[in-house]
Design a binder for this molecule. Structure first.
Ligand code: ZN
Length: 105
């Protein structure tokens, strides 16, 4: 099964535009084809994933598509994140079973 755009970028469905941009920028630099010609294919996948989810309205359409192709992750109810108690605060962490995509292949 193809990884979802969220998995490719290491983000989750509730990531903000800015978080997604930063994640994409770091990965794009890491796999830059000028420095790593052997990673050109992965670099193309990263850019394609980013184009699918970079803006909130893009993610809406992409999420609809994901839900048609996959089944909802029950661990996070499709949110892609889970709240965990860490000391005094509840923090949101990327859901492990679905790797943040909110769906299970
Ligand atoms: Zn999940």
């Amino acid at each position: 099964m193809m990884p979802t755009a969220y998995q490719t970028l290491g983000i989750h469905r509730e990531s903000t535009d800015e978080e997604i941009h930063l994640a994409w920028r770091a990965l794009a630099a890491e796999h830059h084809p000028d420095r790593h010609p052997e990673r050109a294919e992965q670099a193309a996948k990263i850019n394609q994933a980013y184009s699918l989810v970079k803006r909130e309205k893009d993610r809406k359409g992409y999420n609809d598509l994901l839900e048609l192709c996959y089944s909802y992750c029950k661990a996070c109810s499709g949110k892609g994140v889970r709240a965990k108690q860490r000391g005094m605060t509840r923090v949101k962490t990327r859901c492990e079973p679905c790797h943040g995509s909110g769906v299970i292949a």
